[in-house]
Every structure is written in structure tokens, then in C-alpha cells.
Design a protein around this ligand. Structure first.
Ligand SMILES: Nc1ncnc2c1ncn2[C@@H]1O[C@H](COP(=O)(O)OP(=O)(O)OP(=O)(O)O)[C@@H](O)[C@H]1O
Ligand SMILES: [Mg+2]
Length: 232
């Protein structure tokens, strides 16, 4: 469904990622693992159309989207939950959600109710200013905001970052629920343990390249993954 081929991205003369081949089939949850600076965010941002100095192909349901303007990429069905959440701090929870639905395929009450069902905490805080939410609540809002565009593939950049373990569990429970409901997800994580506990398939990036890939069982068995990310 989402198919990335030969993707390279650069910052000026610096090539940040190269030759990426990534696939996310319908309804799958796929992880991209890698240490600090491996190129995970650049990969997601390039797929989502937020980072443009790229070559290669990004196809969604067979159609090339890497040349489309950002608003069309969103309407075709890709939504990025960025590293650091990036909620609109002065607006309320509900305003953040509504704003995002305009970027998608239209405003609808059932959409916002679906987000509130997934994250009851957001419903409790719907009139609260987003900037005053806790980190975990902001992460929930960032995910909710992406869902308001009704993505075919949801792109998540390090949803666990900076959150206490109990809150990470809450956020990941919601991610698993979404996946069970059939949502295709491409998840970028430094926390390989938690990513491998929820995804179907994973890629490992090092210095801008994919160095291994496989099912969860295969990735767990690989010594490179074990050594680098799962404590040996
Ligand atoms: N705006 C930028 N300008 C120049 N170089 C950049 C920029 N953003 C990232 N890079 C470089 O590109 C490479 C990949 O960075 P990227 O942020 O994609 O990695 P990451 O895997 O997401 O890291 P992290 O785990 O820290 O989020 C790094 O070497 C980084 O220094
Ligand atoms: Mg990153």
C-alpha cells in the first residue's frame, strides 16, 4: 500500500538517508528502528512530503506522491505525527483537532468522537489549552490530530520520547487499538523493545541506510539488533 523505493534525502551536501526500500502493506504496523541520528525522522519527513530534497519514489496505493504538494499528500492519506508532538499550544484540544480535519477530507463529528473514544483523557480536557497539557496528553493530541485527516497510513515519529514508562504504555495501548482496527502504521522508534512488542515487521537503520529487516522474531534473533538495541 505504501511503497518507498530508492529513497535518498539530503541536507545541503549532507546525505542523510540513502537507498531506502520500505513497504507498509494494508493494515500492517511496521517499525523503523535506529539510534540517534540514524536518519529515522528524515525518512518519515521525506515520505510525508515535509522534507523535499529527495530522490526516489514514494507510492501510496500505486500512485507516486513524492512530487505532490503537501496538502495533497495529506488528502491522499498520509499523516505524520512529528517528533516533539508540535501541537498548537495556544489553541484548545478541540481546536487542534478541528484545525487538522480541515487539512484532511472534511470535518465530521464522528471523527472527533473516535479520537475521544481512543483517548478519553483528551475528551476530559477538550476545552483546555494544548500548551498546558502534559507530555503524554500532547502525544495523544498529536496522534488524534493526525487521525482527524483519516490517514490510510499513519506515520509516528518516536511516540515514546520523553514520556514516563506508564504513559508510554498508555500511548502504545492506543496505538495497538488503532492497529487492531485495521489502521496501517509506520512507526519510528529508538525504543526497539516496545516497537518490537507491537509491530509486525521491522527495519533497522544505521547511518542513513537500512542494514537489516525482518519479522519481529527474525529481528529479535539477529545479533546486530540484540547488541545495539536490546541490551545484548
Ligand atoms: N536540518 C538539518 N540540517 C542538517 N543536517 C540534519 C538536519 N536534520 C538532521 N540532520 C542530520 O541528518 C542525519 C539524520 O537525522 P535524523 O534527525 O533523521 O535522525 P533520527 O534517526 O531521527 O535521530 P533521533 O533519534 O535523534 O531523532 C543526522 O546526521 C543529522 O545530524
Ligand atoms: Mg528523529
Amino acid at each position: 500500500m505504501l511503497s518507498v523505493s530508492g529513497l535518498c534525502a539530503s541536507y545541503g551536501a549532507i546525505q542523510a538517508v540513502k537507498g531506502l526500500e520500505i513497504e507498509v502493506a494494508e493494515g500492517r504496523m511496521v517499525a523503523v528502528l535506529g539510534a540517534n541520528g540514524a536518519g529515522k525522522s528524515t525518512t518519515l519527513r521525506s515520505i510525508a512530503g515535509l522534507h523535499r530534497p529527495i530522490t526516489g519514489s514514494v507510492r501510496l496505493e500505486g500512485a507516486e506522491i513524492s512530487t505532490l504538494p503537501l496538502f495533497k499528500v495529506v488528502r491522499r492519506g498520509l499523516a505524520l505525527v512529528p517528533e516533539g508532538r508540535m501541537v498548537v499550544a495556544p489553541l484548545t484540544v478541540e481546536e487542534n483537532l478541528m484545525l487538522s480535519s480541515y487539512a484532511g477530507r472534511g470535518v465530521s463529528a464522528p471523527l472527533i468522537e473516535r479520537v475521544f473514544e481512543l483517548f478519553p483523557r483528551l475528551k476530559e480536557r477538550r476545552w483546555q489549552t494544548a500548551g498546558l497539557l502534559s507530555g503524554g496528553e500532547q502525544q495523544m493530541l498529536a496522534i488524534g490530530r493526525a487521525l482527524m485527516t483519516q490517514p490510510k497510513v499513519l506515520l509516528l515519529d518516536e511516540p515514546s520520547m520523553g514520556l514516563a514508562p506508564a504513559i508510554v504504555d498508555l500511548v502504545f495501548e492506543a496505538i495497538v487499538t488503532l492497529h487492531r482496527q485495521g489502521q496501517a502504521i509506520l512507526l519510528v522508534e529508538q525504543n526497539a523493545e516496545i516497537a518490537l512488542s507491537v509491530c509486525d515487521y521491522a527495519y533497522l537503520m544505521k547511518r542513513g541506510e537500512i542494514v537489516s529487516r525482518g519479522t519481529v522474531a527474525e529481528m529479535r534473533a539477529q545479533s546486530a539488533v540484540q547488541d545495539a538495541y536490546l541490551g545484548g
